[in-house]
Design a protein around this ligand. Structure first.
Ligand code: IMP
Ligand code: MG
Length: 199
């Protein structure tokens, strides 16, 4: 027999990891509403064309899953994994591709999806690599755009939310691989941003 949902899932407001957030920047409801609008923007841009979505994992997994269900075009999905070049909450080096694409993207309309545009290094590098594979078009979509952090010139085509320069977690974004499953986006309490046992 199935366990009733209420006995295994706390209500949204009492999601246990919420207790680790100092502030919620974007609520679960606001994300759902924005994804619908983003889906409409994307459908209006592509018309009836097929889209080849490329999700930058792990961070974009949750966003990709939510967004693609708001898009009614034919969609092919692939993932790309980039080496983490970050040291805890700060960017330190140059991103590199760890696992590459499996789909052929030549003559396709590519929509590259990432969780957050911060310094811009990741997306700038991945776009460069993808363009060499001969797609018809390459557009980018990010759930979050952090202000005042750009180190390379980069303009995404679709943006969910612009946020201030704070380290955020939830809806796919992690700190030391935790909090990706939070349904909202928030800022961790200061004392949780560097626990040595999580390294
Ligand atoms: P960029 O290359 O500096 O633009 O950084 C992009 C990657 O850094 C994102 O895909 C995230 O994985 C990570 N990142 C940047 N800012 C944050 C944040 O506030 N929280 C969690 N991850 C972040
Ligand atoms: Mg990350």
């Amino acid at each position: 027999m199935l366990t009733p949902r209420s006995t295994i899932m706390p209500k949204a407001g009492s999601f246990p990891a919420h207790a680790d957030l100092g502030a919620v920047l974007v609520s679960e409801v606001a994300i759902k509403r924005r994804l619908k609008k983003l889906g409409e923007e994307i459908m209006a841009t592509y018309g009836n064309e097929e889209i080849t979505a490329i999700s930058i994992i792990n961070g974009a997994i949750i966003f990709t899953a939510g967004l693609l269900r708001e898009i009614r075009n034919p969609v092919r999905l692939d993932c790309i994994r980039i080496t983490s070049y970050r040291n805890e909450t700060k960017s330190i080096g140059k991103p590199q591709i760890l696992h590459s694409l499996t789909l052929d993207i030549s003559d396709r309309h590519v929509l590259l999806i990432d969780d957050i545009l911060d310094t811009g290094k990741t997306l700038a590098m991945v776009v460069q690599v993808i363009k060499k594979l001969g797609p018809t078009s390459v557009r980018t979509c990010v759930l979050l755009e952090k202000s005042g952090r750009r180190e390379v010139d980069f303009e995404p085509d679709f943006v969910g939310f612009k946020i201030p320069d704070k380290f955020v977690v939830g809806y796919g974004l992690d700190f030391a691989e935790r909090y990706r499953n939070l349904p909202c986006i928030g800022v961790l309490k200061a004392h949780l941003q560097n626990p040595p046992e999580w390294a």
